[in-house]
Design a binder for this molecule. Sequence first.
Ligand code: G
Ligand code: G
Ligand code: NA
Ligand code: MN
Length: 256
Amino acid sequence: FAMETALRRAIEQEELHLAYQPICDLSTGRTIAFEALARWRDAEGRDHSPADFIPVAEESGLIVPLGRWAANQALLQLADWDRRAGGDCGVRMSVNVSAIQLQRDDIPALIESALARAGVAGERLILELTESAIVGDPDRVSAIMNALKKLGPTIAMDDFGTGYSSLAYLQKLPIDILKIDRSFVSGMLADRDKIAIVRAILGLAQALGMKTTAEGIEAVELGQTLAALGCSHGQGYYYARPLDPDAAWAMIADQA
Ligand code: G
Ligand code: G
Ligand code: NA
Ligand code: MN
C-alpha cells in the first residue's frame, strides 16, 4: 500500500503533471492533436512511471480523482494554447479514460464540466478508451459512451488488438478511431506476422469507416510504410517524445 498512500498524497498536493505527445497526420506531417500523459515526480524528486502508478490508481479507485484532474488540466492547457494563438490553435487534446472511469455514470458530467470550465468545444477533445472497459457490462458502457459522444468528442479505442473482447462491439459503439498498439507497430518492417496484423486492423477500420492511429513509430520508414498502407495518423518517438507544455506550444506555433 506504500505507493497507494504516496499517490493519494501526490494527487492532493499536486505532484502530478501532464506531458503532451503529438499525434500527426501521416499524409501531411502536421500535428493534429496531443495526447496528455500523466507524470508523477514525488516529493523526493523521484519520477514514477505511469506504467506503474496507473494500475495502482485503478486498483485503489484513485484513478477517479486522477482522471478528473487529468481531463481538467489537459483542457485548461488547450485553452491556454488557444489564448496564445489568438483563437483555435489548430490541434485537439487526447485524454485517456480508464476502464474504471467508464463504468461510472458521472463520467459524462465530469467531461462536460471540464469542457465548460476550460471554455473548449467538445469537438476539440479526443477520448482514448481501452477494450477492457467494454468487457464488464456492455449495455451499461454503451449507454455511457453514447452520453459521452453527445458532448462532441472523437472516441478512440486505445491499445487496439491487445484486449480480450469480441469484435462485435465495434459496430455497436460510437468509435471513430482505432489506435494500433505499439506491440504490432514496432519492429513490423522485419516481421511478416506483425505486418499482417496491422494490415488486417487497417482493413477493418476502413470497412467500418474509422480512422487509425499507429503508436510507437520510431523511424521514418515506419511512418512512410504505414501511410502507404492507408493508416491516417501516427504517434511515436520519431515525431516527438511526450513534451512539456512550452515545447508542445513551440510545435503548434511552428506550424501555424
Ligand atoms: O506515458 P507512458 O508514458 O508511459 O504511459 C503509460 C500508460 O499510462 C499508457 O497506457 C497510458 O495510456 C497510461 N496513462 C498515461 N496517462 C494517463 C491518464 O491520465 N489516465 C489513464 N487512465 N491512463 C494514463
Ligand atoms: O498505452 P498508452 O498507449 O497510451 O501508450 C503511451 C505510452 O507509449 C507512453 O508511455 C509513451 O511514453 C510511450 N510511447 C510513445 N511513443 C513511443 C515510441 O515511439 N516508442 C516507445 N517505445 N514508446 C512510446
Ligand atoms: Na493512450
Ligand atoms: Mn495506447
